[in-house]
Design a protein around this ligand. Sequence first.
Ligand SMILES: *Cc1c(COP(=O)(O)O)cnc(C)c1O
Length: 420
Amino acid sequence: MSGLTNEDLFRRGQAVMPGGVNSPVRSFRSVGGTPYFVARAEGPYVYDVEGRRYIDYVMSYGPGILGHAPPTVIEAIREAALAGTTYGAPTEGEVLMAEELCARVSGLEMVRLVSSGTEATMSAIRLARGATGRDKIIKFAGNYHGHADGLLAAGGSGVANQGLSGCDGVPAGAVADTVVAPYNVVPEIDESVAVVAVEPVAANMGLVEPAPGFLADLRTACTEAGALLLFDEVITGFRLARGGATEWFGVQPDLWCFGKVIGGGLPVGAYGSSHEVMAHVAPLGGVYQAGTLSGNPLATAAGLATLAALDAAAYTRLTATATRLADGMAAAFADAGVTAVVPRVGPLVGLFFCGEAPTDFDSADAAAANGVYPRFFHGLLERGVALAPGPYEALFPSLAHTDDIIDETIAVVADVAATL
Ligand SMILES: *Cc1c(COP(=O)(O)O)cnc(C)c1O
């Protein structure tokens, strides 16, 4: 061991980085205590600098769908790195990645690769405004679409975890054209609306399922108003199913945003649409958007190796794993007399300490604010199971989480539930 401790690194980190971290939730603000600093990770496990091992359900909030450090992905990155890490000229990897995304998603004809989910949503909104000539956008409370100014209003986990209703530094003008509507209710959409952005399964206010018909009715309402429908699939894309939420729900949006899974653990995002809409993007059209590291060869190599492992059998397996986890946790809570719901949509799992599954941000927020989660979180962490350090995140079981690992997790959950 290196002799490093989490306490030491947290203290040093806080002196030179706000909160000691580079993304707010990692600082443990909403659960209290000292974050574990990761030294390495493998399969379903992360190891901290003190040598402690955790069964990991954070999985980088989504990218780790194959588990940590999957050999095929690591080998693809190694090979790509040996050929140079960035060129500023197009590569075969970008063509293959764009072909793979379009082949998987019905209606998706062209994509633009970027370097984060935030960049994808920010650029897709610009494209929607450019393509429609309209300014207004509608988003849903508790849906997170990254941290671009115009999308931060009522933004779910990242913002919610900090106990902030909005965000300092975002001028009123930047959100003047953003309308926030409650999730699971089709809003009034008039002819000033360029785009309605939605998480097809809300996974940044805990896990909140779309009500039956919500997405289909939203599709109809957008079509009638001439507004574009944007599925933010940065979490659901290639996790829910081979063709993402479009396949899962049988509803086709006009615009898609992807991230997380498609980067195989490297920084990546993508937005896409039909040929017609994408013709507005520079150099074809007047909507400018660019990136020094966009389509980065390491990221496309890692993403392609990840997607190559995600066939139909992988999704069946992932859903079985998530079902075992969700059912086992729910049973453990029931046995211990703890009021909790463990919502699941395919391979996506959530957790709320309340009696009924929340349907929107107000109900999710009420459940998250009752103070049970931090105690549960620390009980698990002490026993070697890492959940996200905040009550607004989903759980991310991966293909590396075997039935034995899930059963070990459920036993720990039962143990901790008995102390609540
Ligand atoms: C994570 C996330 C984003 C932002 O992606 P980053 O890569 O963190 O910028 C956008 N939308 C959704 C639904 C997300 O979960």
